[in-house]
Design a protein around this ligand. Structure first.
Ligand SMILES: C[S@@+](CC[C@H](N)C(=O)[O-])C[C@H]1O[C@@H](n2cnc3c(N)ncnc32)[C@H](O)[C@@H]1O
Ligand code: SF4
Length: 399
């Protein structure tokens, strides 16, 4: 979640991005909406409030994104990518629900006319409870948005206050019910580990979230990002330090409660019906990330846009808004697969482990101590190993 962009090399003047890993991948779009009404104290995502962002008009910003969509279609055509219809689209942020349904509709029209949509396309939007209403959801649903990811975070008003969230927790349930009545899939985002959040408060949040009958829940451990207001508040003693042991207890409680309710874990922080969009990331498919700071991956080429919306807006009038590019070699690709796929409940195929030439003794010792196991030809992290998955990946790659 760090805010700095990697450096990489420059975008080629030819505008050609050869497919280094062949043409087997499916195609997906991420659209970054870089606006928020206020910045939450813990967040260092690439997002701006109206006060911070002179020279950029939120109500016209979709036009820059549409320009980038047109440029991306040309780049892919000229580079010889076979035309593939979009399988998923994800509006993320920032706060996508600050865009009117007209703006979202204009972006969708542009994506559809450039690429076409697959029959069972998944179109998700993230939304904040304070800027979403049942009418807005109905308008989005008429445009084809069929998945809502709602940032509830907690149902405890005092935890929301610590996190600087502005919504009333009572807004969440009616929005989830509206989305469900429109036949949208729903997902609820929660955060655990805010300073001062008791185990009891978290348990109630988990139970309230479950009572809404959402088909998907994400629960993220609060990361104290350097440079945020939250980091300053903790440093000055205004807020308590976070507590890793308590966070682990909260994770274990949530995992058990979600699983008992029929929402199976499929990735470390995600339970329920997997989002096709996230799976595309985890399986290294192709996606173009539109908007400031968005990252893209096209068949072994990884590139990312300039971060600031004003620079982005100026750049896309001419060409792409790419700030840097890197080529993913086979080894890096395999290492990234290990990192991503070991976090999923399906695990990673043993053939990929062989290609990575991981030390067999180390692998055996992780199996002996109950952190890893092999199921149906895949290496999988056990319940015991799950809390240590980052350490396990590091060990496997460095020995
Ligand atoms: C960047 S937000 C964008 C969507 C929307 N604005 C919202 O807040 O729900 C996506 C998710 O990332 C989470 N997030 C942002 N910063 C985080 C942090 N430091 N630690 C854990 N989760 C974080 C948010 O709480 C939210 O659930
Ligand atoms: S609303 Fe979401 S994106 Fe905006 S500052 Fe808060 S967590 Fe970050």
């Amino acid at each position: 979640m760090g805010s700095a962009l990697p450096l990489g090399i420059a975008w080629p003047e030819s505008n050609l991005i050869p497919a280094l890993l062949g043409h087997d991948q499916s195609f997906h779009a991420y659209v970054h909406i870089p606006f928020c009404e206020v910045r939450c104290g813990y967040c260092d995502f690439n997002t701006y409030t109206a006060k911070e962002i002179g020279g950029v008009s939120q109500s016209d910003f979709h036009e820059s994104i549409i320009r980038e969509i047109q440029v991306s279609a040309n780049v892919m055509r000229q580079s010889g990518y076979p035309s593939k219809s979009l399988k998923t689209i994800f509006f993320g942020g920032g706060t996508p629900s600050l865009f009117s349904s007209k703006q979202i509709g204009a972006i969708l029209n542009s994506l559809e006319s450039e690429f076409g949509f697959s029959d069972a396309i998944e179109i998700t939007t993230e939304a904040n409870p304070e800027s979403t209403s049942p009418d807005y959801l109905r308008e989005l649903s008429e445009l084809g948005v069929n998945r809502l990811s709602l940032g509830a975070q907690s149902f405890d008003a005092s935890v929301l206050e610590t996190l600087d969230r502005k919504h009333d927790p009572a807004r969440v349930a009616p929005l989830v019910q509206s989305a469900k009545s429109l036949c949208m899939d729903t997902s609820i985002d929660l955060i655990y580990g805010a300073p001062g959040e008791s185990l009891d408060s978290w348990k109630q949040t988990v139970e309230r979230a479950l009572s809404l009958g959402s088909g998907h829940i994400s629960a993220y451990s609060l990361i104290v990002e350097p440079g945020t207001k939250l980091a300053r508040q903790i440093r000055s003693g205004e807020l308590a330090q976070t507590d890793e042991d308590l966070d682990a207890e909260k994770y274990v409680f949530a995992d058990r409660a979600f699983t008992d309710a029929g929402l199976d874990l499929y990735e470390f922080s995600n339970w329920g019906k997997p989002s096709a969009h996230n799976q595309a990331y985890w399986r290294s498919q192709n996606w173009w990330g539109y908007g400031p700071g968005a990252h893209s991956h096209l068949s072994g080429n990884r590139f990312w846009n300039v971060k600031h919306p004003l620079t982005y807006q100026n750049r896309v009038t001419e060409s792409t808004a790419v700030a840097g590019l890197e080529y993913i070699d086979k080894r890096t690709h395999l290492e990234e697969r290990l990192m991503l796929e070991l976090r999923t409940s399906a695990g990673i195929p043993m053939e990929t482990i062989s290609e990575l030439a991981i030390n067999p003794e180390l692998l055996a010792s992780c199996q002996d101590n109950g952190e890893l196991m092999v199921i149906d030809g895949n290496l999988v992290v056990t319940d015991k190993g799950r809390l240590f998955v980052d350490r396990i990946v590091l060990q496997l790659l460095t020995n």
